[in-house]
Design a binder for this molecule. Sequence first.
Ligand code: GLU
Length: 562
Amino acid sequence: MADYKDLAELIFPNITETLEDLEKKYPVRNLPEGAMVTRFAPSPTGFLHTGSLFTSLVSARFAKQSGGVFYIRLEDTDTKREIEGSGESLVKQLAVFDVIPDEGYISDSKEVGAYGPYKQSDRSSIYDTVIKYLISIGRAYPCFATQEELAELRKSQEANKEIPGYYGKYAIYRDYPVDKAIERIKNGDKYIIRFKSMGDHNNKVSFHDEIRGDLELTQNDQDIVIRKGDGLPTYHFAHLCDDHFMHTTVVTRGEEWLPSLPIHLELFDTMGFERPKYAHFPVIMKVENGNRRKLSKRKDSEAATSYFLEKGYPKYGFIEYLLTIANSNYEEWRNANLDKSPYDFMLSFEKMSLDGALFDLEKVESISKERMAYRKASDLCEEVLEWANEYDKEFAAKINANKKFFTEILNIEREKDKPRKDYAKYSDIYPIISFFYDDVYDSLDKDNLDFTVQVNKQETKTVDSEAIKGFLNDYMASYNLDVTEEEWFNNLKATAEKYKFTGDRKAYKANPNDYNGQVGDAAGFLRICLACRKNTPNIYYVQKILGKEKVFARINTILAKI
Ligand code: GLU
């Protein structure tokens, strides 16, 4: 009579390596005590999800801060969902956000490290070695169930109100005689391979999650598929083999994997492999109409990291945002350590939120604004240019034409104690400063300029054009920018007051009709002349950068329109 060993031999005649061979080939890593080995294991399905960036960034930090290893493994066993070339592109996208593996898959023709191959489709012989062993000890078996048989199972389970799936008495090929199985295989019948579970769904399995603490979950009793019809392993089985032989110490993955953990624990225990630690990361959520839901690639453009790159969020701002959602104490630490690198922060599993990290674009903006404000103008110039070269050619051309000019513009109220926080992303810059460029200025609408001022909270009035003209002409007559900002402003104020633009807020409030407006209104007209709008960066510096000649030319252009 044939036995399990014969069956294993029949299915895998070419597998000659043993488990011991594999253990020798992939020895325990020589790392200091406490060093974590973590990984990011993306499927090559097209794009880098914001949630995946979060998971990989944090996993990489845990490895780095503990002196361990962070590696990338490409999980390409779902051939239907695979998008050509996207594995490589994922690695590149990760690198943009500083997530650089110490080891692993780099591209289809390149990998680094001694624990490979790092692409699952290249690891068949490893999976098959383990499966061959499991069959030989009677803990895995070929299953010949047809679609019809499986549908039949489902139907009777529904009718009996029983747990669905392939388990216990419903696992129809679980105790199929070895001789018969051998005959059918020889006959060329189609089959897949299932794991033979010894679990019981009335029992619990306990384990400790690094983030969630001690948990009790229902034991697995399903005879899950471990090798599909195409010869490739399922996620569960690949996880067992890969994380064991690559010596992952902490499996950091999304909480959507928590329900299948009992399967994984049973697999590790059956093989006698040491269980890795697990940290199930919170899923990134979004609030919509008061309800929380998963950040979805179909509904939310911010679910793809490319969104942030296109919009021009500085990567250092976005990375820090992700660190704030990773650890609740990050922000406090950051504010107390502005001179340090974000990577000096020690992440901890204990400080990770449990109930889904909330994605907040406003927070991304405010952190980015904060960080960008402290960039040196020359550094910022390079960053903006790199972005504009890719996403805004017109802007890039302007910068390239005169980098010094653009850097001066960027430097308005920068490189000082309390820099201005105008820009949250590179794409915010050009709309605010494009008026500096003559061709843009020339193309601005000058026939519908707003010469009204606020009388009180509700009312506005149009200012007498003679007063505006008088003020602007007088301003040019007494033009002097070779003084401090404060002196310049005092001079402007004196000129404005001559034309009944008062510096006395209270007096204006009491009797607005006695005045044409306030000093700020007069300064607003100057802004209109220079930029065709009332909001501009600090007008003292705007004039310094434009130079007297252009300032006068622009004032005269507008005077002709009044
Ligand atoms: N390939 C799996 C995924 O795309 C990886 C999960 C894990 O990290 O184990 O979600």
